[in-house]
Design a protein around this ligand. Structure first.
Ligand code: ZN
Length: 298
């Protein structure tokens, strides 16, 4: 199934559900950044979470940044996801590998670390971005983003994220976000039923690997609660907006002395985009032009 995002409602609009499949884009990130198994799972989960959070924003151009800083060997994760379905991201230490955890799964919590912070920045494209920080709960990403949603947005939320990586790469990746809006939150029986159904899920990737589609997964969870699946399917993909002009802009900010040094010692400069791994080469001539521009500005 193609990478995609589908929205649904239930309980007469009292429940909002979003599902996303990110198998291909997580495989793309794995290949671009040469990620280990556990780094692939950590980044894939965070990219799914970013797309799910961004999907609830209203204004075109809105984006969500998720930064995870834990005390584990992965050091950090940064993801940038948009309402438009694009996402990019990286981890600070892509080669970290750990033995499986006690459940026999990839030890994302051990790689991220259980002590640290999750920073979420929501940018609607104008004015000040809305930023919020919570402490990590387990470093498993799903628990941590759920904690953010409950504490910062005060919305009862269930988030299930999963990435399955095999020897041929990413086999399944995606996630599910279910939120109970204020008008349904008082219905305790409904909330309890929902909580027990989500708790009974053995994870997200087993559902995908069993061949279930997102509408079938929604049906399993919310089918008897007045489920309405919104017919538009949104495609999601790995995309980075970096380009050579931005690289030149960043080089220019280093200043004349540094640029002159690069011309003399390295005969040019090489810059790698953290987000997508693309390598840019600037020649000595191009660096010399930056110096000319700097002098003209001063
Ligand atoms: Zn890039």
């Amino acid at each position: 199934m193609a990478d995609q995002l589908i929205r649904a409602t239930a309980a007469a609009g009292g429940i909002r559900a979003v599902g996303v499949i990110t198998t291909r884009l997580t495989e793309e990130a794995r290949a671009r950044h040469k990620l280990s198994y556990v780094a692939t799972a950590a980044l894939g989960r965070t990219m799914s979470a970013g797309l799910l959070l961004a999907s609830n924003m209203k204004r075109a151009g809105s984006r969500v940044n998720i930064r995870v800083k834990g005390n584990g060997p992965l050091e950090g994760i940064l993801v940038d996801a948009g309402l438009d379905g694009t996402v990019r991201g990286y981890v600070d230490n892509p080669s970290v590998e750990l033995p499986p955890n006690a459940k026999g799964k990839l030890d994302v919590g051990g790689a991220v670390g259980r002590v640290g912070y999750l920073y979420v920045v929501r940018d609607v494209g104008y004015g000040y971005p809305y930023a919020s920080t919570v402490e990590l709960v387990s470093g498993e990403i799903g628990d941590d983003v759920t904690h953010y949603l409950v504490s910062s947005e005060q919305t009862p939320s269930a988030l299930v994220l999963g990435v399955f990586v095999g020897s041929d790469g990413v086999q399944a990746s995606g996630g599910l976000l279910i939120q109970v809006l204020p008008k349904a939150a008082r219905d305790e029986a409904l909330v309890q039923t929902l909580e027990s159904r989500v708790a009974a899920l053995s994870g997200f990737t087993p559902l995908l690997q069993a061949g279930l589609t997102l509408p079938e997964i929604f049906d399993q969870l919310l089918g008897d609660m007045g489920l309405e699946i919104i017919p538009e399917t949104q495609l999601v993909r790995f995309h980075c907006g970096c380009n050579f002009d931005r690289v030149l802009g960043a080089l220019k900010m280093l200043g004349e002395a540094e640029l002159q040094d690069m011309i003399e010692k390295d005969d040019g400069a090489e810059a790698t985009c953290h987000f997508c791994g693309k390598v840019y080469q600037a020649s000595s001539d191009e660096l010399a032009q930056l110096i000319v521009a700097l002098r003209a500005e001063s």
